[in-house]
Design a protein around this ligand. Sequence first.
Ligand SMILES: NC(=O)C1=CN([C@@H]2O[C@H](COP(=O)(O)OP(=O)(O)OC[C@H]3O[C@@H](n4cnc5c(N)ncnc54)[C@H](O)[C@@H]3O)[C@@H](O)[C@H]2O)[C@@H](O)CC1
Ligand SMILES: [K+]
Length: 461
Amino acid sequence: MQKLFDEVNSLDKRCYEKFLLSEDLLMEHAASSMALYISENHSSYKSILIICGSGNNGADGITLARLLHTKFDVKLYLFSDAKSEMAKLQLQRAHALGVNVVDELSNADVIVDCIFGTGLNKPLNQNCENLINTLNSYESIKIACDIPSGINSLGQVESVALEADVTITMGALKTSLFTDVAKDYVGKIVVADLGIQRNLYELDSNKYLLDESDMNLPFRNKKNSHKGSFGHLNVVAGCKKGAGIIAAKAAFGFGAGLVSVVCHENLDLPYHIMQTHFISENCTAIAIGMGLGKYETQEIRRLLNKDVAKIIDADLFYDELICEVLNQEVVLTPHPKEFVSLLKLCAIADIDVSELQNNRFLYVQMFSKKYPKVVLLLKGANVIISQNEKLFVNSFGSAVLSKGGSGDVLSGLVGSLLAQGYKALDAAITASLAHAIASRNYKKNNYSLIPSHLVEEIRKL
Ligand SMILES: NC(=O)C1=CN([C@@H]2O[C@H](COP(=O)(O)OP(=O)(O)OC[C@H]3O[C@@H](n4cnc5c(N)ncnc54)[C@H](O)[C@@H]3O)[C@@H](O)[C@H]2O)[C@@H](O)CC1
Ligand SMILES: [K+]
């Protein structure tokens, strides 16, 4: 996993003070990294338009223009006068070298957006919006320097933002690049070297971006085993029974030794999934909440207080009963609307979904602070998983998963790993990664996936 940072100004400052690396030196390296990326990945292209703002993001762009001058047909467009000391200095250097500064925008093979970086601190005016809309309309390859212009330090987009194919971000990964909103703008994210190894540039963080290597699949290493070695998951099916059945099928395909659906009515289940009317004696984990609908409170309370691992989803986030388990190491998997209800029930915040989506990291952090034992998995374009105020982002998900039933598959995967003895956090991380990565392996079009396809892809991981 890689560290994420809410801000990097303090990391830059530490470079100047502790490592005697000046701002000028860092900027030269930042621009060199961008030049190298462009030379290595877009050498067949001829023309490059670099659009610069007044601050140091613009200064990065001016530096880049100097470095690529004559290698490509470089055009430097200054959207505003250079204001920062570095922008002024870099402009003098560019002028001295004869870099082509243009007065009008024109299309190019590659566009580099250096209008605003981390210094965006107010709403865009009409001119800025027009500029960004015009750039978005070009069919060029678009590269954002540090962060696509228009995304602020909280990862919010107030009006428009540059739709980048690639974001080359300076020194370290920023949290703002991993909000749900940002996902439509950032494209591929690359970290630029600032002339200091990343592990030396970075300090501690409580936020991490998950990599594929963080997925710890339940491979069976012991030869001497039997079905009981891999746990028994009980999936509680409610009035929408399909949800429980989908979860049960996913759980079985993900390695649980036994899976039973708990339901008072008789169900038509595949032969390998069992049915029980009450919780099994040897149950090692319970999955509950999906499709639950109306139910008898005392019965659910008994299940929630049973001393086994639990994954809780869906309808239970609308019931005060949920507050009774928040001192346990349970896994909760709400989508945004459910999380809003949960936040209200546990008196953390009374907000609407758009406020949550604008500040996902903030509210996950607040919840995790109040309930440190709980593993929270907030669904979204970029899933956030937290425990004890540590946050992990899974950015592998895609629109393929935006379907009824995908969440039930996820609950089944988490339940399966819990039943097999995974710790709550490890179960949530591996299940979430498997869910998202498997969906990427689905090779048909991106609208046709159904839960059984997803389970098939998960079984092939
Ligand atoms: N500090 C350092 O050591 C390094 C900084 N680097 C670059 O520096 C950038 C940050 O530079 P700055 O702090 O100068 O900030 P920016 O360059 O992001 O923007 C600041 C400028 O934009 C103006 N501005 C902000 N919001 C505006 C709006 N909505 N409409 C119009 N004008 C607006 C500000 O008044 C200021 O002049 C980073 O994103 C990164 O690209 C990199 O070169 C790496 C090294
Ligand atoms: K930018």
